[in-house]
Structure formats: structure tokens, C-alpha cells
Design a binder for this molecule. Structure first.
Ligand code: PGA
Length: 249
């Protein structure tokens, strides 16, 4: 079985009830590649609205979740609350949370584990800064981020994970990684899966690319053997998101 192509739309802290309803209405009526798994990730205040409006082919993801069960954690959302709202996915470890909110590898790993224990699937975001890339540390950084999650998950639990490789220097900058740069890191992530998790995980876990993906660059990226889809930020708010979902048509 080939890996199912996966396209996520990360709306970040953007949108209103009206604009998000419009985006979803466009997606519902568009002709989307049936073989692609589509997941949209609106801000938490719109998760329930998005789940109500999106058709059954479109999954909805939180952008974040807490690692503890319901309790005295002001401002956080629990895995149980997401499940209760019929939300099946969450992002974990987006670089904006790692960098701005100071989430470390261990915390991201704990959230990933809590989400999977509670029945969610996880888009696990990893990636290096420009400084780290220029110092030749890209593989070290993504390996360190992955190792933290490996310490918490059983090999079988990796079937609930989609790994999003998002070089920080490419996020929101318009500076997309070249197809070679993306393929090189994706291949090394797959090698890591084979050596550290299992041959099955290497075969089946989707490794998607994020960072300035657009309707212009998605087709070339999608041809790379180890690029199994995209996590799209800015362009997921635009009609061109449909073209990215249909990158392989
Ligand atoms: P971008 O964001 O497509 O706007 O670069 C990607 C992401 O942060 O997931």
C-alpha cells in the first residue's frame, strides 16, 4: 500500500467565523483529489464551527493540546475536550510554539503521547532554524526532536503520527526549501524511522513538508519520493489551497 498523500491547512491565529465559514464552504464545494487526506486546523475558538461545517471527507485538527487530563489548567484544552468536540487530530510542536511559547522537546513529546493515548492522531512538527542549517546541524536537530518522541511512544503508536518537516527559515518567509533540500531531510527522517522505530513505520508513516508551500511549488515537491504531502500555512487561507490539495492530479 503506498502512503496516502496528506495535506494539512494550518490557519494559525487567523480568521473570523465568517472567513473560516467561507474557506470551508469553498473546500466543501471544490473537486478535491479523493486519494488525498485533507485536514484543516483552525484556531481553537473555531474548531467546533469547523467540524460542523466541513463535510465528512475533511478532518479537523487542533493547533495545540495540553498534556494533562481535565483540571486546573487555565487557558488550555484537553485531549478529552477535543474528542468530545469530534476533533480527531492535533498539531504538536509547531515551531511557533517551540520558539515563541518556549515549548521544549520533552513537552512536545508528552503532548504527543497524551493525544495518542486519548485517541487523537498527531501532526508532529519538527525543523531547524536558519542558524542551525548554516551550521550543518539540520539532521542533528530533527533527530533530537524525534528522539524525544521516541522515548514516549511504542513503535505501534507511530501509526497515529504524521511527521511535518518544517524548516523554520521557510515558514511564512516565501523562501521554500528546494526539492533537493526537502527530499534529503525527508529521506533521513525515513532512515531514522527504519533504524529507530521499525521497517513498518519507515514504510507507512507520512513525512510531509511545510514552509511557504504554494500552488506554484507544490507539484515539484510532491514528486519527491519521500514527500508525502504538505502542511500549509498562509496559502491554506486562500482559494489556492485547493490546488495544493490537488498537487498530484
Ligand atoms: P507557511 O506556514 O505555509 O505560511 O510558511 C507553514 C506552517 O507554519 O505550518
Amino acid at each position: 500500500m503506498p502512503r496516502q498523500f496528506f495535506v494539512g491547512g494550518n490557519f494559525k491565529m487567523n480568521g473570523t467565523a465568517q472567513s473560516i465559514s467561507q474557506i470551508i464552504s469553498n473546500l466543501n464545494s471544490a473537486k478535491l483529489d479523493e486519494s488525498t487526506e485533507v485536514v484543516i486546523s483552525p484556531p481553537s475558538i473555531f474548531l467546533v464551527l469547523a467540524r460542523q461545517l466541513a463535510n465528512g471527507k475533511i478532518a479537523v485538527s487542533a493547533q495545540n493540546v495540553f498534556d494533562k487530563p481535565n483540571g486546573a489548567f487555565t487557558g488550555e484544552l484537553s485531549v478529552d475536550q477535543l474528542k468530545d468536540a469530534k476533533i480527531d487530530w492535533t498539531l504538536a510542536g509547531h515551531s511557533e510554539r517551540r520558539v515563541i511559547l518556549k515549548e521544549d522537546d520533552e513537552f512536545v513529546a508528552r503532548k504527543t503521547k497524551a493525544a495518542i493515548d486519548g485517541g487523537l492522531s498527531v501532526i508532529l512538527c519538527i525543523g531547524e532554524s536558519l542558524e542551525e542549517r548554516e551550521a550543518g546541524k539540520t539532521i542533528d536537530v530533527v533527530t533530537r526532536q524525534l528522539n524525544a518522541v521516541k522515548d514516549k511512544l511504542s513503535p505501534a503508536e507511530w501509526s497515529k503520527v504524521v511527521i511535518a518537516y518544517e524548516p523554520i527559515w521557510a515558514i511564512g518567509t516565501g523562501k521554500v526549501a528546494t526539492t533537493e533540500q526537502a527530499q534529503e531531510v525527508h529521506a533521513s527522517i525515513r532512515k531514522w524511522l527504519r533504524e529507530k522505530i521499525s521497517p513498518e513505520a519507515a514504510e507507512n508513516v507520512r513525512v510531509i513538508y511545510g514552509g511557504s508551500v504554494s500552488e506554484k511549488n507544490c507539484q515539484e515537491l510532491a514528486k519527491q519520493p519521500d514527500v508525502d504531502g504538505f502542511l500549509v500555512g498562509g496559502a491554506s487561507l486562500k482559494p489556492a489551497f485547493v490546488d495544493i490539495i490537488n498537487a498530484r492530479l
